[in-house]
Design a binder for this molecule. Structure first.
Ligand code: WT7
Length: 574
């Protein structure tokens, strides 16, 4: 490593304690962070090179990169192993003609192969599209269709959810763990991997070339493909240092699935760009299992979500007493408001401050955070990262003084900001409609110390267990059911999940409002779209409130539900 590089690392490492926050802000610049990357000198960019191969080239290939476990597997892989496995998959993709810029999706439960595949996709400069395993037929089809994915990695269990006849762009499907495939278009992943060479010339890219697409929900229309580029690695690396506080000997665990942005930015990129051992636990949530994961792997840095912390809190402190959690040094949360009560419980139960962090799929990385060493005000999301300017603005883009509620906005751009919405430039422009700002869709206020306090969403987007759900996608599925004439969907406050999905449904002529029908409609959405998008509560109504142009007025449904005044009804139908 060069002298300049060493000095640079020291600057960043010493910033990892942002106790003197204002001082760290004033001397910060992104250019200093950029000097960490090999492309700063070479001009050759590739995320997989920086996150994996580089460690091998610099003599750290023998270090454990991945500690994987689920109910049936327990495996460890070094950086050299990951480098070889991802090179193999890169070679397999090239063999089938997949090239730079092509979209390659991954639809499977967490497993080492998921990580090999994703890194392999990046090695050849293709754009990765990880899909959450719980998605059902319609959700999978919408995403593959919109992105024009040419290849997919999946498992035999999930194959049935892929409507191949309706996806003309999808040419190759790699099946993991399925044995030889006889069906045309299906390829045996394991056989191909075994036959492929384990070294590769990676595709050299520019900072503006594609990295991945995550689909996410807004209040209208189908899910949007949030497109991120290589440049994001600057912020993944930097936040890994200063927010995750990653140090050489850390064992880090991010509980998110790579189907969501937390599971890629902080489940893959931030830890590996920082050369740290990364724990991946497959399977479902269970308090016993999670605490064992910490204990067995001696996890020191842990990143999870409020819903999980609330469920762990509910599991009781006896469960904690059965485990040695003394390896923990730093704990963080993201995805929904972190209740002050949970912060106080974390302090008592784990002896850890749970550090809240705020960001979004679109922002690509953390923006407003509680850093190690910074005084925490329970209930606040924290303060903007050095290099990031956040403000509360009104609907014309004027900055508001402390304690005024308004739009939470970020001065654009920053390194990990999305580069486009796939196939939808108009939607992209909407986020930047107030000159100079990215408008988040969240409402918040700032206090006199510059701490930000989340208040809610400005639109109808629902946040259930930290997962973002667009009411339109659920409503569209509901009206596909033969009994449903009209449907309106809202988020209903819930102690554990933050919000649950509640659907108001008007039935077609000839259908009777029975509990069995409710159950059937619930299952219809669960099996057609996904479990987390299914309405846990359904209420039948004669008629739904609509505008004269026929749009269902979700705010009236919400007012009904919460027993609030319905507000201005001048646009209602009759
Ligand atoms: C929305 C983004 C990228 C992290 C996973 C969620 C809500 C996120 C917080 C927080 C209160 C939060 C916001 C945001 N949110 N973090 N610390 N406190 N709310 O990513 O699915 O794109 O959702 O999640 O409403 O807009 P996402």
């Amino acid at each position: 490593m060069s002298q300049a590089h060493n000095e640079m690392l020291q600057t960043v490492v010493s910033e990892s304690n942002l106790g003197d926050y204002m001082e760290a802000r004033s001397r910060f610049d992104w250019e200093t962070v950029e000097r960490h990357f090999t492309w700063h000198a070479s001009g050759k960019v590739n995320m997989a090179h920086e996150a994996i191969d580089r460690h091998v080239l610099e003599g750290r290939g023998g270090k454990t990169a991945l500690l994987y476990s689920d109910a049936s597997r327990e495996e460890a892989y070094t950086f050299a192993d990951l480098s070889e496995q991802s090179s193999r998959f890169g070679n397999v993709l090239r063999k089938y003609g997949v090239a730079k810029g092509d979209r390659v999706f991954i639809f499977m439960p967490r497993s080492p192969e998921l990580y090999f595949s994703l890194l392999g996709i990046l090695k050849i400069g293709a754009v990765a599209g990880p899909l959450f395993e719980a998605f059902m037929e319609t959700a999978v089809k919408d995403r593959l269709e919109d992105s024009g994915a040419v290849a997919l990695v999946t498992t035999p269990e999930l194959l049935g959810r892929i409507k191949r006849s309706e996806l003309p762009d999808l040419k190759h499907i790699f099946v993991v763990g399925g044995g030889p495939q006889s069906d045309a278009g299906l390829i045996d992943f394991d056989a191909e991997m075994a036959a492929a060479a384990d070294d590769i010339e990676v595709e050299w890219l520019t900072r503006e070339d594609g990295l991945l697409i995550h689909y996410t929900s807004g209040s209208t229309g189908k899910p949007k493909g949030v497109y991120h580029v290589q440049n994001a690695m600057i912020q993944h690396y930097y936040t890994g240092k200063v927010v995750l506080d990653l140090r050489e000997n850390d064992v880090y665990w991010c509980t998110a699935d790579p189907g969501w942005v937390t599971g890629t930015s902080y489940g893959i990129f931030a830890p590996w760009l920082n050369g740290v051992t990364n724990v991946i636990r497959g399977g479902r949530f269970s308090p016993q299992d999670w605490y064992s994961t910490i204990e067995k792997n001696k996890v020191s840095v842990w990143y999870s979500a409020p819903t999980a912390f609330r469920m762990l809190m509910g599991a009781g402190d006896e469960t904690i007493a059965k485990h040695d959690l003394s390896s923990l040094r730093h704990v963080m949360s993201v995805g929904e408001p972190l209740n002050p009560e949970v912060v106080r419980w974390g302090w008592k139960a784990y002896g850890q401050r749970i550090h809240d962090t705020w960001w979004m799929t679109e922002t690509g990385a953390q923006l407003i955070c509680n850093y190690p060493g910074m005084p925490i005000k329970p209930g606040s999301m924290g303060r903007p990262l050095p290099g990031i300017e956040a403000a509360i603005i009104d609907d014309r883009g004027q900055e508001l003084p402390p304690y005024s509620m308004g739009n939470l906005a970020i001065r654009a751009p920053w390194p990990s900001m999305m580069a486009k919405i796939w196939n939808n430039p108009a939607k992209y422009e909407e986020y930047f409609r107030l000159t100079g700002w990215y408008v988040s869709g969240d409402s918040a206020y700032m206090d006199e110390d510059g701490y930000f306090w989340f208040q809610g969403r400005i639109d109808d987007v629902i946040n259930s267990s930290g997962e973002r759900i667009g009411p339109f996608e659920v409503e569209s599925k509901l009206v596909e059911h033969p009994a449903v004439a009209e449907a309106g969907v809202i988020g209903k406050p819930d102690v554990t999940r933050g919000e649950i999905i509640k659907a108001f449904v008007a039935l077609r002529e000839g259908y009777e409002a029975t509990p069995e029908l409710k159950e059937e409609i619930y299952r219809f959405v669960k099996e057609g779209l996904s479990a987390h998008a299914a309405p846990r509560e359904i209420e039948f109504k004669e008629k739904l409130p609509k505008t004269r142009s026929g749009k269902i007025m979700r705010r009236v449904l919400k007012a009904w539900e919460l027993d609030l005044p319905t507000g201005d009804l001048s646009t209602i139908e009759d």
